[in-house]
Design a binder for this molecule. Structure first.
Ligand code: BEZ
Length: 217
């Protein structure tokens, strides 16, 4: 399936290291950050899982729940046992406490549904996909990294800040925007409506480029 921004995130039921889940029910009213890892017991993935665990408070602040799929499990070992043994390594080496679900996907059905396997990169292992899913279960953001490039979770959290802000207010966020910085008034807002909608003030740099202080702080 060729999933795109705006599509409904496909639901699935699966066994995970935190028990059996129905994905949509597990998400509830929260945001989801669904990530694929090429394989258990690999160095880049180990650092990523550790980082996500250490960012627990940052995810929670944003009502965002991380969940991970890894299709490359230890040969001869049941997938969940492989995930659990790997989590022990992550906790030991990254000084972390992983308490979010690692999903079992022995037949790669979920990976296929989400298009996490890019056959011209590797026809059996997933790339590093990131799907940010909103409380309405719509896909809000998709990023793909190759196996050899670890993700930047500072950027992923920054993007979630922007997604959550722009879902609530008629603003967009400019290049390299960080929480607390000025925003762009959405192009659809007539200039005469800006003072009523953005009482903190605004600047008109060009008629198509209008800024306002971040409205929700
Ligand atoms: C890693 O996570 O370290 C990794 C996985 C697959 C290919 C290359 C690196």
């Amino acid at each position: 399936m060729d999933l795109r921004i705006g599509d409904k995130a496909p639901n699935f039921t699966a066994n995970t290291t935190e028990g059996r889940i129905d994905f949509h029910e597990w998400l509830g009213e929260d945001w989801g950050v669904f990530m694929s890892h090429p394989a258990d017991f690999t160095p880049v993935c180990t650092t990523e899982i550790g980082r996500v665990a250490k960012l627990k408070k940052e995810f929670r602040k944003r009502n965002a729940k991380p969940i991970v799929l890894s299709v490359g499990t230890k040969p001869g070992m049941a997938p969940l046992d492989s995930h659990r043994e790997w989590i022990n390594d992550v906790n030991e080496t990254q000084d972390a406490n992983v308490d979010f679900p690692l999903v079992e996907d022995p037949n790669k059905e979920i990976a296929d549904t989400y298009g996490m396997i890019h056959p011209n990169a590797n026809d059996t292992l997933t790339v590093r996909s990131v799907f940010v899913i909103g409380p309405d279960k719509d896909i809000k953001l998709i990023i793909s990294y190759p196996a050899s490039t670890g993700r930047n979770f500072t950027e992923i959290l920054r993007a979630i800040d922007s997604l959550q802000l722009t879902a609530e207010y008629e603003v967009a966020t400019p290049v390299d925007w960080q929480h607390g910085e000025d925003c762009i008034v959405a192009p659809g807002v007539p200039t005469e409506d800006i003072p009523g909608k953005f009482p903190k003030g605004h600047r008109i740099i060009k008629e198509y480029l209008r800024t306002t202080p971040q409205p929700n702080i």
